[in-house]
Structures are given as C-alpha cells and as structure tokens.
Design a binder for this molecule. Sequence first.
Ligand SMILES: Nc1ncnc2c1ncn2[C@@H]1O[C@H](COP(=O)(O)OP(=O)(O)OP(=O)(O)O)[C@@H](O)[C@H]1O
Length: 321
Amino acid sequence: MEPIISVKGLGKTYAGGFTALKNVDLDIQRGEIFALLGPNGAGKTTLISIVCGIVNPTSGSVIANGYDIQRDYRLVRSEIGLVPQELATDAFESVWATVNFSRGLFGKAPNPAYIEKLLRQLSLWEKRDSKIMALSGGMKRRVMIAKALSHEPKILFLDEPTAGVDVELRQDMWEMVRELRESGVTIILTTHYIEEAEEMADRVGVINHGEVILVEDKRTLMQKMGEKELSLHLPEPLDKVPEILADLPLTLSADGSQLVYRFDIKSSDTGITEFLRRLNEANIDFRDLHTRESSLEEIFVGLVRGKHAESEQQLTKEAQE
Ligand SMILES: Nc1ncnc2c1ncn2[C@@H]1O[C@H](COP(=O)(O)OP(=O)(O)OP(=O)(O)O)[C@@H](O)[C@H]1O
C-alpha cells in the first residue's frame, strides 16, 4: 500500500546555521499510529512543522496523501490536522464557536452534524457553550484536538499530546486516540513518555541529533532489541554467585536473595536449560521464578546512548585524522 506520508532526503538548517534535520527518509502508513521518539532538541517539532507546511525545508521533499507539501500547500494542509505543543486558543470564545471557526479557516462549508459528532467523541458536547477559559486543562487539550479535526483531515499530528497531563487523563487521551484511528485517521505523535509509545504505537521511529536512527514495528523492536530476565527467588540467600554458575550472565541482588539471569529473546538457545541444570547440580533451591522483558524505555535509552557514543567516537576519530 502507498504510504500516506513519504518524506525523502529531508534536511533543515535554520537561519542561524544550526542543522536540525539531516537527510531524513520516513514513510508513514495509512491508518497507523506512529510514535516519534527522541530526546529534547532531536528535531521532532521541526520535522512535524515541515510536513505541516509551517517551516520550509532546506532540502528534500514530502508527499502527503499524494500531494507535494511545497507545490500543493493548500491541498496538503487540508489533509492535515495539527495539535501543537502549546495550547493557544481564544479564551473568551465558546467551545462550539472555536471549533466551527477553525473549520471555516480551511474553507470548508459548515457542518454542524460533524462538529456535534466530534464534540461528542471528545466528551466536549456538554461543554459546547462554555467559554474556553472555564475549562480544565484536559478539556482545553481536547478542544485543541477538536480544532485540529474540525476540517476532517486524514492525518493528525499530536506534538506531545499528554505533556503535563495527569495519569488518568493521559489514559483517556490514549483511548480517544485509538478511537480516532478506528475512524480512519492516521496519527503521528511525538512523545517524551515512552510508555505512551509502548501503549499506543503500531510503529516507532527514533530521532536523535536530526537523524532518524531507527524505524520499526513496535513489537518487532521490543523482540529484536529486548532482553529478557529470569529472576529466581532463593529461600537461602547466597553471599556470591557460586563457582559453577560463574560463567553465566547472572547477577545476584545486593541482599543475596535473588538471582537474575539475562538472555537474548531472539537467540534460539537461551541457555536456560543449562542454567537450571547447573542450579540443580549445585543444590541451589528456588522459591519462585518470574520473567520480565525490556521495556521500550530501556531499548530507547540504550539506542540513543549507543548512537551518542558512536558519534563521539567518530568525532574523536575525525579530530585525530
Ligand atoms: N527557529 C529556529 N531557529 C534556530 N534553531 C531552531 C529553531 N527551531 C528549532 N531550532 C533548533 O533545532 C533543534 C531541534 O528542535 P526541535 O524543536 O525540532 O526539537 P524537538 O525534538 O521537537 O525537541 P523538544 O522535544 O524539546 O520539543 C533544537 O536544537 C532547536 O534549538
């Protein structure tokens, strides 16, 4: 299937000379939830802003739903809804007026039935006559989403949708984003909360220092890059890892009551059978046993650190040459 967004060779150097994006290639599939992860200043907002036509690229191209962002700016813009990081909207207007007005900005004929459906979907219908300033933070955020969807775009960008939102609201937001996807909208979100990507995304892209360093199906990523841990609780604490187990990838907890065995998920031979055999041989008993997989957060931190170390090595090498 044709991707709904196709980014090719995208670069951005700001007027001051800072290069925020370097030769980015990225395809977004129709109907997916794509999470763009990256540390502060990685280039996430710059990338979104280019696709939405707010920032001009220095090089490269973006096709969104068949249109070129630079040549067919208006057409592209009408296909895209953007919920920016900052909540900026007219505090004195009512919810209904604000959302209706946004639709008009895109040259769309009024459609009260659609706006009603949207406000109901976002649990804002009861508040349609309230002034924006009288709403809670979470509701204001939902108004921003309603505004972004007012012109029936096929693509929705959410830049840090749940920054500063409490845990309960965050879960409501996730639920709502899933419902939007069900209704056929493609969603691209940036987030610092890796659990958000882990919870919602179909695919994950990691951006660091203006480069997309990885794009992967979330489940594949967690399987490919993840480690699994097998923890054994010992009835009799040990003071050190016994000699017979010394060559295995094991750690002993500080109080000696837990042995943790790490293994690679993708490996065909995990070595667990051998580990259990040796435990038996050493007469080490255990009370219970549980496993844990690496979270996306651990994978992400590892990736960004790894790349950082790699580029530092590269810089040192270049400096020496
Ligand atoms: N208008 C601008 N002029 C010059 N530099 C800019 C401009 N906008 C952004 N930058 C720089 O480009 C880099 C990438 O910024 P960007 O906002 O895209 O990052 P981000 O990944 O969205 O970060 P955050 O997670 O903090 O929002 C940063 O170093 C930023 O300072």
